[in-house]
Each structure stands twice: as C-alpha cells, then as structure tokens.
Design a protein around this ligand. Structure first.
Ligand code: FNR
Length: 349
C-alpha cells in the first residue's frame, strides 16, 4: 500500500516537487540509512500471552490516542494537493492519528485547525525575528494546538544537492500564509522568518511561557543533549535527524533512540521519526521506549496520490500492521513492550 502510493505520487508530482520531498542533505548517506537501520534489529517474541484483543492505543501528554503513528511536521503540503494541510489533517484525524503542523504550512493555522479531527501540535522554529515565532505559537494555542514542537536541528537549512538544479519556488502568498499578519511594516518577510542560528536552550522556556503549552524538542540524537533540553523545561523529546535533510552522516534515529530513552525516558515522553514505514518498524521503536512514532514522507505520498482518503488509508494500514505484529510478538498492548524484546541495531543501507 505505501509503496503503491509512493509510485503514484511520483507520477503525480513533477520531478522538482518529488525531489524536494524525497531529498536528503549532502551525499544523502543519512536519508539512505534511515529505513534500513530499523530493519537491523531482531525481535525476541513473548509466547503464551492472551493476544486475542490487541490495543495499540497510547497516552501522549494527556491525550488518549488510538494509534501511536503521528504525522510529522512537513513544509508546504500545497505542493502535493490543492487543499494542502487541510486535507492531510482531515485524513489523519479520520485514522485517529495526532498531526504536527509545520510552521511552513501552505494553509492558515486556523483553517487547518478547523479541518483537524484529532489532537494536533504546532511545530515552531526560533526565527530571527522572534516576534514571528511568538505570534505563530500563540495563534496555534488559540486555535487548539495541544503542544508546541520546537525543531532544533536547523540553525541553517541543510544543503540538498539533488534539488539545487530544479529549485522549487513557493510563491510569497503561500510562503507567508501564516506569517504575513505578524510582519511589521518594512521587514523583509523571508529573512525575518529564517531560523535563528544563535538559539540556545533558553528558547524552550520562552516558548512554553508564550504559548502556555508543553514544548517538545525535535531533532535530538544524544542522551546528554536530551537531558539538557529536559533540564531547560522540555516536556518531551523527538529523536530525529529531520529525515536526513539536515546534517548528513548524522546517526540514524533507530540507533540514537535507546540512548535518549535511557537518559530522559523516565521523565518525559520520547518520540522518534525517520524511516518508519511499517508496523514492525514502529514495534521496534516502541519496544526501545518510544511513546509514539512520526511518519513523514509516506504521508506526503499518500496526500499526492489520493488526498485525505489516501492519508487515512495509509495510517489505518500502518495501525493494522502494528496491531498484527504486536499480537504475533506476544503483546496485547504497547505497555507490554520493553527493550528486552529487541536485539541488534546497526547502520544499514
Ligand atoms: C520535513 N521535516 C520537517 N521537520 C520540521 O520540524 N519542520 C518542517 O517544516 C519540516 N519540513 C519537512 C519537509 C519535507 C518535505 C520533509 C520530507 C521533511 C522533517 C520531518 O518532520 C521528519 O523529521 C522526517 O520527514 C521523518 O522522516 P521520514 O518519515 O520522512 O523518513
């Protein structure tokens, strides 16, 4: 199913948009390793437990969710579908999946909030003009976001060789759809909205105060860095290398997850993303201690291939797959998974 949607999306999207979505940074080592790294773990199943009824639901910062699959924040869904994020969030909500709305969305925060039928979080960057970040997170809180995801792996946008020849142009009215109302007269929109490369952990508390919401930090790949973030007030950590789009040769999330769980997993939820493509990938992540997993590109492929209904089908398919493999591994719920169920793990290609 996911691979059919991927092929259909490749046909539907022109090569420039397809490459923009698919690309990794540098030599694409990290993007190339992500999926395979999950597959280098091996499972140690439990036997003779009642798995006649399996519940894959999870509790996340106070929300009860029927599935641990979460839509990762990704820029500009309008390049994949005319309804952009409104279609994505209608589709993911119908599958009961929490969605994270990117700061760089093609549709207004308030319009996406109106289309969303499941809990959603807002992804923020610390922008050079911090008033933009504050304005956006406040608006997201007012529109119903239940948490802020602060992405911290992007002091500068990663260089993606694959797209340099066919640069996509996002028109100003789409690029600035959420920002325009916060721009002061005389500011140059796109520059003020760039990521601020001078950010420190102080921004975590700043955003918590401005939004009144829990702040999860996305883009952490080390236990010691996760601890720094939690000590600065992070309510959760997302193990991620930005889908291989930032620091090429960064460690795969699959291999960083255990260390981060060991460092902070008893204090805050730890989520993971990058290359999650099946129920078994999610099972490995959940067994290693993730509270939920985010799915990126497959959601864009679904959106491009068939709009909201295809997004629902993709996420429902992942949830059904996870339900099945959980049962076959001998667990009736996510709570019954623990790190003893997995061995191995190495970079994979
Ligand atoms: C992203 N990602 C991302 N992350 C973020 O915090 N803010 C953003 O605006 C974006 N934009 C974005 C655009 C595109 C086209 C992609 C593919 C990714 C990263 C995303 O949230 C997530 O970390 C990865 O995509 C997860 O990896 P997979 O599932 O795509 O392998």
């Amino acid at each position: 199913m996911l691979s059919d949607q991927h092929e259909e999306a490749r046909r539907q999207l022109g090569p420039a948009v397809y490459d923009y979505y698919a690309a990794g940074s540098g030599e694409e080592v990290t993007v190339g390793e992500a999926e395979a790294a999950w597959r280098t773990f091996r499972l140690r199943p439990r036997v003779l437990y009642d798995v006649s009824a399996v519940d894959v639901g999870v509790e996340l910062l106070g929300d009860r969710l029927v599935t641990p699959f979460v839509v990762a924040p990704m820029a500009f869904h309008g390049l994949a579908h005319p309804d952009g994020e409104c279609a994505t969030f209608a589709g993911s909500g119908a599958a009961g999946a929490l969605g994270v709305l990117s700061t760089r969305s093609s549709r207004r925060i308030e319009d996406v909030a109106a289309a969303a039928t499941a809990p959603w979080w807002f992804q923020a960057y610390g922008m050079r003009d911090r008033r933009l970040t504050h304005g956006l997170t406040r608006r997201a809180a007012e529109a119903g976001a239940s948490a802020v995801v602060l992405t911290v792996d992007t002091p500068y946008v990663g260089r993606k060789g694959r797209v340099s020849g066919t640069r996509i142009q996002v028109p100003d009215d789409e690029f600035l759809v959420n920002l325009a109302q916060h721009l002061l007269p005389g500011t140059v929109g796109r520059e003020a909205a760039e990521q601020d490369p001078s950010l420190t952990t102080a921004v975590i508390g700043e955003l918590a105060e401005v939004s009144g919401l829990p702040v999860l930090v996305k883009g952490v790949l080390r236990g010691d860095e996760a601890r720094r973030c939690v000590e600065a007030g992070a309510a959760g950590v997302i193990v991620s290398n930005h889908g291989g789009r930032q620091l090429d040769r960064a460690v795969p999330s699959a291999l960083a997850l255990r260390e981060v769980v060991e460092a902070v997993g008893d204090r805050v939820p730890v989520l993971a993303d990058g290359g999650i493509r099946s129920g078994t990938d999610a099972l490995v992540a959940l067994a290693l201690g993730a509270s939920a997993v985010l799915v990126g590109r497959p959601v864009l492929w679904a959106l491009a291939s068939g709009g909201a209904a295809a997004v629902t089908a993709a996420l429902d398919g992942l949830t059904a797959d996870l339900t099945h493999v959980l049962a076959v591994a001998g667990a009736a719920s996510v709570d019954q998974l623990d790190p003893s169920m997995v061995v191995g793990g190495r970079p994979g290609r």
